[in-house]
Design a protein. Structure first.
Length: 232
């Protein structure tokens, strides 16, 4: 297996060193930046498999780095874990709104962070290995070629838009998608949509999912995500 590369942007040397040391011991290749702008530059050039971003940084904060990554064509799908200095819900919500995959609040144990990193990379690998057009997660399988959705053995009949929304969510279990981000991914940036259009589609998908409706979770104030079954 390829060596997995992790970028760390963290201005507190002690914390960065502990993270880098522990990731290195697990066989990861690590690069580190202390400055936000330099961190973003490093990520753009190095294209790591995952980025760990502190929120409070000199130059450019972690939320802004996250936003930049999600808007850059060739790095927009890099998984991101945010480090939050305090249990500050606003930071965390902002980070998730910008497309972070997960967050962890300081102080944290290196073990905990490594487990989160591994979990995200493991999920990523499952979806990378399967042919790009065959997605499977928990009881759900999505066949993009045949436009087929199954829950266990039952075929679920979705509209074209519902199908696109579901595919988008299930490609990144656990990741929160903002409403407007989902809409632009599904309908394109040019689509004229009224606010909350996405809610109507989600409601309809859930209805068709019946007992499995909880697979699509609402994240208050942010948007939607496909349930991260591994974290249960
Ligand atoms: Ca900091």
């Amino acid at each position: 297996m390829n060596i997995r590369r992790i970028a760390i942007v963290e201005d507190e040397p002690d914390i960065a060193e502990i993270i880098a040391y522990n990731l290195g011991r697990e066989g990861f290749e690590v690069q580190h930046a202390e400055h936000g702008t330099e961190g973003l530059k490093m990520i753009k050039e190095w294209k790591p498999d995952l980025a760990i971003l502190d929120i409070m940084l000199p130059g450019m904060d972690g939320v802004e780095i996250c936003r930049n990554i999600r808007q850059a064509e060739n790095i927009r799908d890099i998984p991101i874990i945010m480090l939050s200095a305090k249990d500050d819900e606003i930071d965390v919500v902002l980070g998730l709104r910008m497309g972070a995959d997960d967050y962890i609040t300081k102080p944290f144990s290196p073990r905990e962070l490594i487990e989160r990193v591994k979990a995200i990379l493991r999920r990523r690998r499952i979806n990378d290995d399967s042919s790009e057009n065959q997605l499977a997660y928990g009881p759900l399988s999505v066949d993009k070629d045949r436009h087929e959705v199954k829950l266990i053995d039952d075929n679920i009949d979705l509209t074209a838009t519902e199908f696109k929304i579901l595919s988008c969510l299930v490609e990144r279990p656990g990741r929160v998608f903002k409403r407007d981000d989902l809409l632009s991914r599904v309908l394109g940036d040019d689509a004229i949509v009224i606010d909350r259009t996405i809610d109507v589609h989600i409601r309809s998908i859930r209805k068709k999912f019946g007992d499995h409706r909880d697979l699509i979770e609402t994240v208050r104030g942010v948007g939607y995500r496909f349930k991260d079954i591994e974290s249960l």
